[in-house]
Design a protein around this ligand. Structure first.
Ligand code: SF4
Length: 186
């Protein structure tokens, strides 16, 4: 409890006596109590307000340094992922679209889905306008009945005939793995 910043005198409190941030800290304490080498964090900050989010992210960073831990961090919040991760894997409908060092993937996205996600990040400037935001159109595929070929093809503005016939394999493009028929070197 000390490691995650929860006073030990709170040990006998009931769950309803803790705040949302304290719940997250206790969840993290439970995860690291068994001294794992890797911990899976599934949307660990999505339900928290921004100031508590940054406290929890800082805590994860401290625990990583102190215990030599690795985190598999699952999130839909791209700025948070960019901030916390060394390597990133972008997935669509259960398949990897793009994977590699975070700065390389987010700094120059190669897959159409990653490009769309980066383009959709809101600006922190309240006066900024982004009229060029690209909207993702097309049919939302069902994971129970995925489309043939590339799983992103029903929403991809660049889809061609080959995309409906063949699942694109992951290929190395300048140190980043990309699954798209249109990526360089195909
Ligand atoms: S393989 Fe085709 S459908 Fe899939 S992302 Fe690339 S261009 Fe789009």
């Amino acid at each position: 409890m000390g490691d995650v910043g929860v006073p030990t005198e709170f040990l006998w409190r009931y769950p309803h006596q803790f705040s949302g941030g304290q719940h997250q800290r206790i969840g993290i304490a439970r995860a690291i109590a068994a001294e794992p080498s890797i911990a899976v964090c599934d949307e660990p900050v999505s339900a928290l307000d921004v100031s508590v989010q940054s406290q929890i992210l800082n805590l994860l960073g401290e625990l990583q340094r102190k215990h030599g831990l690795s985190f598999l961090f699952i999130s839909h919040d791209l700025p948070v992922i960019w901030h916390v991760s060394d390597r990133v894997c972008v997935m669509f409908l259960g398949r990897v679209c793009e994977m590699g060092p975070t700065n390389k993937v987010f700094g120059a996205p190669r897959h159409p889905y990653t490009r769309f996600l980066m383009n959709a990040i809101p600006s922190p400037d309240p006066h900024a306008r982004n009229d060029d935001v690209e909207l993702l159109e097309g049919e939302v595929p069902s994971p129970l009945d995925p489309p043939s070929g590339c799983p992103f093809r029903t929403r991809c503005p660049l889809a061609c005939e080959r995309c409906a016939q063949e699942i694109p394999a992951l290929r190395d493009v300048d140190g980043v793995l990309v699954a798209c028929h249109l990526s360089p070197g195909r």
